[in-house]
Design a protein around this ligand. Structure first.
Ligand SMILES: [Zn+2]
Length: 306
């Protein structure tokens, strides 16, 4: 067990050193059992056993498939491309399901040089979300022209930040919560603002007084650290593999865009900037373009091979 852990960290360390290390990564993992892996390559894709995985709307599940895969291949689930990495003769990926799920099963396939192998059958379980009513400053519900233009511009900046992510993980450990505190509004609650406008709350709100330190949920690159109309002082971290975490309504930003932050480092202080009813932390998690529940990422990442 211990040697696997050492190998995992050695592997991840190698990845961090060089961006062009995709091939290196594979060479390391396949050199573990040379004879066995060369057999696997010949027989591929027959040796791959499809995994059975459950997922809920608005959640992420960890996919780990034993077998010798090739970095040059691609992974598709339910017709969508997913980033993956190879560790210790396993393919690893985080599969997300939309909040607006139709709760239908889907499959994951690995494609390589015109060949295709099924790697997972995914069952979507059902999930119900509660409703809540909120009263906020009406200027932040029905926007005037200037604010609407600002919000539109910021939504483009956000979209650009989420548009690309490294094909490899920038993190070495499972994810953790950004603050240990009481949850005041769960992910997925249907919200009625000022009795009129309806949205879904696709993040988690934690009780947090102004000035409380907020920690990075994992290692990653700061891609946004600035003030936005809705989310106030906002930080977005790109963790690689298409995984992002977002921290909203902060009073202070302690990091700059482009910076790499270690897991658990204080990136800012809680506050009440943007569209809020009071001071709190809004924590948002995005995996492969879908806003999912942060708890499910914390849970799923506990199963990372190490
Ligand atoms: Zn929120």
């Amino acid at each position: 067990m211990k040697s696997y852990r050492v190998l995992f960290y050695a592997l991840m360390g190698t990845l961090m050193v060089s961006c062009a290390s995709n091939i290196v990564k594979e060479d390391i993992s396949s050199s573990v059992k040379k004879d066995e892996s060369s057999q696997h390559v010949k027989e591929w894709p027959k040796t791959i056993e499809p995994q059975l995985l459950n997922i809920r709307p608005g959640e992420v599940s960890l996919l780990v498939v034993p077998g010798t895969f090739n970095r040059a291949g691609s992974l598709k689930c339910g017709g969508k491309d997913y980033k993956f990495y190879l560790a210790d003769n396993k393919l690893v990926s985080f599969i997300s399901e939309t909040y607006f799920s139709k709760e239908k099963p889907f499959s994951c396939f690995f494609f390589l040089k015109g060949e295709k192998a099924k790697v997972a059958d995914i069952k979507t379980l059902s999930k119900k979300f509660p409703s809540e009513r909120l009263k906020v400053d009406k200027k932040r519900v029905f926007l005037n022209k200037k604010d609407a233009a600002r919000a539109r511009k910021e939504s483009k900046i956000r979209a650009k930040a989420y548009a690309s992510s490294p094909d490899r993980p920038l993190f070495f450990e499972p994810f953790s919560h950004p603050i240990k505190s009481f949850v005041t509004s769960i992910y997925g609650s249907k919200r009625v603002f000022n009795k009129k406008k309806q949205t879904q709350h696709l993040g988690t709100d934690y009780r947090a007084a102004v000035g409380v330190p907020i920690k990075a949920a994992n290692r990653g690159e700061i891609v946004i650290s600035r003030n936005f109309f809705y989310t106030g002082n906002t930080i977005i971290i790109d963790h690689g593999l298409g995984i992002f975490t977002m921290y909203g309504h902060l009073s202070k930003l302690h990091v700059q865009e482009g910076e790499i932050v270690p897991m658990g480092s204080v990136i800012g202080l809680a506050g009440s900037t943007g569209r809020v009813t009071g001071p709190h932390l809004h924590w948002g998690v995005t995996v492969n373009g879908l806003a999912i529940e942060g708890d499910s990422l914390v849970e799923a990442s506990k199963g990372l091979p190490r």
